[in-house]
Design a protein around this ligand. Structure first.
Ligand code: RIB
Ligand code: CA
Length: 324
């Protein structure tokens, strides 16, 4: 377990949770996953990292996770997990994150080895051992779905799942589907049907939190290896976003799922019923959120985030990165 240590900004953060929350991170590093991992290690007690196929192949996401924990010198165990979704073939996002999943930097081959290749088994075990444990799910939900399918009590044993995924608005993988849910809709359907406490940070929220070149300059000015490496990751993402979106800014999707637990004062949530479309020709992988105001709307199964204090969030993230 890697302790969260003191709040990076000495509790100067906006909306900081005074007591480090217990978490495991299920991820597919991934540039924004990398920022989420570094942020989490400053503000939470991280009991483990599990990796999944998503932004890149499982081999790449796992190597990236091992490199990142080695880079920041924490003893967080890394367990690799699913190399494919519950149904069908794996999809990746090399056009965004590069073939390796962390395009823009050359990381040494990690010395650290995986603690196991059974991510869902680790999730079940750590949920037994650690009280008030949150699963921060910031990649496709395959590992979490496997854990739920293996033990129906898992959902009630954990404090909840804080996920980056889905959207109460526009998609990114398709017109209406967000990548993490689109990459494994069946897994997302299992998670939303599990009865777990769910905090959903979808694209409607994460698109409010975007980096800019000023952040890159701040990180470079620190003249320290870790902020400099993150600056290189952002530089790569800004280049890709300029090609794809016409702007040198990239959304910090995954850190939002960490901030939802470590800095709850920065986000506002609403109780909503969320369903995952599995069959639609044009809508497979969409999170269908019941926004009706009538009393006849469906019973909520998640807290959906709608607003974030982007300035407070960015200064918290920047302070955490500069603290390495
Ligand atoms: O849609 C954004 C999500 O997909 C983020 O988790 C990003 O890392 C990618 O996995
Ligand atoms: Ca991710």
């Amino acid at each position: 377990m890697a302790r969260g240590g003191e709040c990076a900004s000495q509790c100067g953060c906006v909306g900081c949770n005074p007591r480090p929350v217990n978490i495991v991170i299920d991820c597919d590093p991934g540039h924004d996953d990398a920022v989420a991992i570094l942020l989490a290690h400053q503000h939470a007690d991280v009991f483990g990292i599990t990796t999944v196929s998503g932004n890149a192949s499982l081999e790449n996401t796992t190597r990236n996770a091992l490199s990142l924990v080695e880079l920041i010198g924490v003893d967080t165990p890394v367990h690799s997990g699913a190399d494919r979704p519950l149904l069908g073939e794996p999809v990746h996002a090399g056009h965004v994150h590069g073939q390796t999943g962390l395009g823009g930097v050359e990381l040494d081959e990690p010395q650290r080895k995986v603690a196991s290749s059974e991510a869902s088994e680790f999730l079940l075990a750590v949920a037994q051992e650690v009280s008030d444990l949150w699963v921060v799910a910031i990649g496709p939900l395959t590992n979490v779905a496997h854990a739920i399918n293996r033990d129906a009590n898992f959902a009630s044993r954990i404090a909840g799942i804080s996920m980056m995924g889905g959207s109460a608005g526009v998609g990114n993988a398709t017109r209406v589907a967000e990548f993490n849910v689109w990459a494994d809709p069946e897994a997302a359907d299992v998670v939303f049907g599990s009865g777990a406490n769910i905090k959903m940070c979808g694209l409607n929220l994460t698109h409010q939190l975007k980096t800019d070149d000023g952040l890159i300059e701040q990180l470079k000015d620190a003249n320290k290896p870790v902020p400099d490496l993150i600056a290189q990751l952002f530089e790569f993402m800004h280049m890709r976003m300029e090609e794809l979106m016409g702007e040198r800014r990239s959304a910090l999707h995954d850190p939002c799922a960490v901030l939802a637990l470590t800095h709850p004062g920065l986000l506002t949530f609403e109780q909503r019923a969320v369903a995952v479309e599995l069959a639609g020709t044009h809508t497979r992988g969409m999170t269908v959120v019941d926004e009706r105001t009538t009393r006849r709307r469906d019973p909520p199964n998640a807290e959906v985030a709608y607003q974030i204090d982007a300035e407070g969030a960015m200064s918290t993230i920047c302070a955490a990165l500069l603290n390495y």
